[in-house]
Design a protein around this ligand. Sequence first.
Ligand SMILES: CC(C)(COP(=O)(O)OP(=O)(O)OC[C@H]1O[C@@H](n2cnc3c(N)ncnc32)[C@H](O)[C@@H]1OP(=O)(O)O)[C@@H](O)C(=O)NCCC(=O)NCCS
Length: 184
Amino acid sequence: MDRLPGIEPLVTVERTRQVADLEWCARLMAANEPWITLQRTYEDSIELLADPLSEVFLFSREGERLGFVMLKLKGSFTGYIQTIVISEAARGQGIGEAAIRFAEDIIFAISPNAFICVSSFNHRARELYLRLGYEQVGILKDYVSKGYDEIFLRKTRGSWNDFKKQKQVNAYIASPKRTDKPKL
Ligand SMILES: CC(C)(COP(=O)(O)OP(=O)(O)OC[C@H]1O[C@@H](n2cnc3c(N)ncnc32)[C@H](O)[C@@H]1OP(=O)(O)O)[C@@H](O)C(=O)NCCC(=O)NCCS
């Protein structure tokens, strides 16, 4: 089990596929904005959470669930932070920011890009992402629900080609014999 760095009292992180956890996550989504306005039901959320291509990481404190982040780490647009939500009572303690940084540690190990979508009316979450270095790369008009746009954001560490070269260099430095010198 992992922990969210810098958060006291300690918040643990656990990758989960447990039905009880996914049901809790779906209830949390269905009871909160932006999903209320977007008319995403509990059933819609369960379907998303059960997608085998998604990874769900649950945050808890002393056994009490506080929130989760759902990541897409395979397929096109690798490194998509599909959902992040912290329960209302636990907000404003830095857990959301630490959760995004946790997600980025996973994403930037496999891709130079992290992506996230935010609803046009979700101003505070959007501010948080901009502050953390995300940039708007597009607007998905009427995407989830007619009348509301989704703003598509990206945080990048560079091009795919540079990322691959850097991985080769890192592997070379880490290899005990250093025989396969990367061709740069
Ligand atoms: C957005 C969210 C994940 C942030 O989590 P959090 O634990 O409150 O975040 P932090 O404590 O790290 O606060 C970071 C910033 O988030 C924003 N924030 C804080 N409380 C918030 C709230 N109730 N709603 C939205 N954003 C909030 C603020 O900009 C805050 O910045 P500050 O440091 O200037 O106060 C959380 O508020 C949430 O789950 N909101 C509902 C679901 C949602 O909007 N998810 C994002 C979908 S794209």
